[in-house]
Ligand binder design. Structure first.
Ligand code: AMP
Ligand code: MG
Length: 348
């Protein structure tokens, strides 16, 4: 979907925001390979939940009810993790910044603790307290006019970014932002947590073949009804008509982060939604990172972290954590980690 935000201020720059919601039928850069005839009993649901495009497909008699339950689950999670809904747990935590701890539910504790773990492991490249900077750039679905923030505004926002000033007390069921003005944004991790929940629902219903996609966070459950692995393609970051590669996956989570998912252009420069907390500017080193991990939550968070870190440090993080990745650098180099090479096809 292309939103043209016009020509504010009468300048010559044309600002274009690309929001990867419907383009996200490719959801964050994924195509699905065509279903074969044997797959006609595949049940499918799709919709816009958690601010993104969701596509769920599953096979078997239990599938229709389980898919309906899965969509309801995503809506329930949105009500907890949304940055924009005023009653969400995230909004309540943010509203209380600098004024003491707030009660949060166990799921919020789980996601915040994982966010803190990945923040530590990535040396702060992943930092959910990035929200004030994301706000300064206007990377919010409800904001139609993005802009490059003034240096003063950016440094004031950056001064509020520090995951070490987010305290989580699991035993007490509380979280706290230590400084007024701080805010958390779980946009880089909550969809991954949601994937894990949906997979749990499908498995509890006895479903053994499903493909779950929440905004480019994918779980390939079991095999396709044909008995083959699920085949998912990575969109080329600079050519939406082209595939960068196709991965064959079974019982794996994969998450993508890319600079083509949400961005605007100004004076020929691309500004996108994944921010390097070191600079407050969109991270420059990579154009696309896909991470394969044991949980959807980990895949989601690490894809964002590795995107910010770039090829060298990002792939070092992936190795340290025992994960797998596909990474495409800004200068057009494709890197595929050893454990994925046999599963990865380059269609070019
Ligand atoms: P993802 O698509 O999973 O890489 O997440 C990107 C979203 O996470 C952005 O739209 C922001 O809301 C948020 N975000 C941006 N930069 C960071 C960062 N360095 N660490 C954590 N979250 C971020
Ligand atoms: Mg992420």
């Amino acid at each position: 979907m292309l939103i043209t935000a016009g020509n504010p201020g009468g300048g010559t720059a044309r600002r274009v925001l690309v929001v990867a919601l419907l383009a996200a039928a490719l959801a964050g850069g994924w195509y699905y390979y065509q279903q074969s005839r044997q797959e006609t009993e595949v049940h499918q649901r799709s919709g816009l939940v958690m601010g993104t495009f969701v596509s769920l497909r599953a096979t078997g008699a239990a599938a229709p009810a389980a898919l309906t339950g899965s969509l309801a689950e995503l809506e329930r999670l949105e009500a907890i993790f949304s940055y924009s809904l005023p009653d969400s747990e995230v909004s309540r935590l943010n509203a209380a910044a600098g004024r003491g701890p707030v009660d949060v539910g166990p799921e919020m504790v789980t996601v915040l603790l994982e966010a803190q773990r990945i923040a530590e492991l990535s040396g702060g490249a992943f930092d959910v307290t990035i929200a004030p900077v994301v706000d300064a750039w206007g990377f919010r679905p409800e904001v139609t006019e993005q802009r490059v923030p003034e240096p003063d505004e950016l440094s004031a926002a950056l001064a509020l970014v520090d995951y070490r000033l987010l305290r989580v007390d699991a035993a007490a069921g509380q979280a706290e932002l230590l400084r007024e003005g701080m805010a958390v944004d779980l946009g880089a991790i909550a969809k991954g947590y949601a994937i894990d929940r949906v997979v749990g629902i499908l498995q509890a219903a006895g479903i053994t073949s499903a493909l779950v996609d929440v905004g480019g966070n994918i779980h390939a459950l079991g095999l396709r009804p044909t008995g083959q692995a699920w085949r998912v393609g990575l969109q080329h970051p600079r050519d939406s008509q082209q595939l960068l590669g196709v991965l064959s996956l079974t019982d794996r989570n994969i998450a993508t982060s890319g600079d083509y998912q949400r961005f605007f252009e100004l004076d020929g420069q691309r500004y996108h939604h994944i921010i390097d907390p070191g600079t407050g500017h969109p991270a420059q080193a990579a154009t696309m990172v896909a991470i394969v991990a044991d949980t959807g939550m980990e895949a989601d968070a690490v894809s964002t972290a590795a995107f910010v870190l770039g090829a060298q440090e990002g792939l070092a993080l992936v190795r340290r954590m025992g994960l797998e990745a596909v990474l495409y650098t800004n200068d057009g180099q494709l890197q595929v980690t050893a454990g994925l090479q046999a599963l990865f096809e380059d269609p070019r």
